[in-house]
Design a protein around this ligand. Structure first.
Ligand code: C5P
Length: 232
């Protein structure tokens, strides 16, 4: 599986995302579409970006009863995205149902990855509000292992966890990692960050980058810098 840089297109309208993508005249970056853009513009935004030649990671983080997730995944499957995701907290049964729903009659399906614990969930909140009384990294690794047992392709995690996830779930189990910043860039609200080069060294398979590219003075140059450092 080749390494790639995924640009998180965290825009709220079609106009804004198309204006951004228009800047890329030579390359077709892998694009992440999240809830904001999807709920604002509907499924047609996925098709339109796909038709422009971009690979798409549809980041909707599904979590519901297995039957509902299976049916929702089967609808998403028709959008022909390259990668999508769900919450591992929905259980192994829900993740297996998601794979069934996502798989097309010809047996193919998009990559399916799991969110373990959100990075906004601290160990303290997990213990006090969710009554999960284990260290956060143990919970993250356990959820990754559940995702692997369910047959998923990987997890979203920090580049700093990529090595551990590969050790536990196998080298082919994908690590899709946000929290990437250039060595000379603004950290913003991210806490644990690594550079694209460091993410490569740590074994990330895909880096998800938003502001270092979308807010750059020259987004195309920033994207190329990410690719040069991460893919080489
Ligand atoms: O601007 P920045 O590069 O920090 O954006 C990172 C992207 O990755 C955003 O779309 C953010 O929602 C997403 N993300 C994250 N941390 C996670 C999961 C997703 O930053 N654990």
């Amino acid at each position: 599986m080749g390494k790639d840089v995924i640009i998180a297109c965290d825009f709220s309208s079609k106009q804004a995302v198309m204006d951004f993508l228009d800047k890329f005249t030579e390359e077709k970056p892998y694009v992440k579409i999240g809830m904001e853009l999807f709920y604002a513009e509907g499924p047609s935004i996925v098709k339109e970006i796909k038709e422009r030649g971009h690979k798409i990671f549809l980041d909707l983080k599904l979590c519901d009863i297995p039957n509902t997730v299976k049916k929702a995944m089967s609808v998403l499957s028709n959008l022909d995205v390259d990668m999508t995701n769900l919450h591992a907290s929905g259980t192994i049964e829900m993740m297996q149902a998601a794979i069934e729903g996502l798989t097309k009659p010809d047996g193919t399906r998009p990559l399916l990855i799991a969110v373990t614990q959100l990075t906004s969930t601290s160990e303290e909140r997990m213990r006090e509000q969710l009554l999960i009384d284990k260290p956060l990294d143990e919970v993250v690794m356990h959820y990754a292992s559940n995702a692997e047992k369910a047959g998923l392709d990987g997890v979203v995690c920090s580049p700093l966890e990529a090595g551990k996830v590969h050790d536990r779930c196998g080298a082919k189990f994908l690590t899709v990692t946000p929290g990437v910043r250039f060595a000379d860039g603004d950290v913003g609200d991210q806490v644990r960050v690594t550079t694209p080069a460091k993410a490569k060294e740590l074994g990330s398979d895909y880096i998800v980058v938003s502001r270092p590219i979308t807010a750059a003075e020259d987004p195309v140059a920033a994207y190329r810098r990410c690719v040069a450092e991460f893919v080489g």
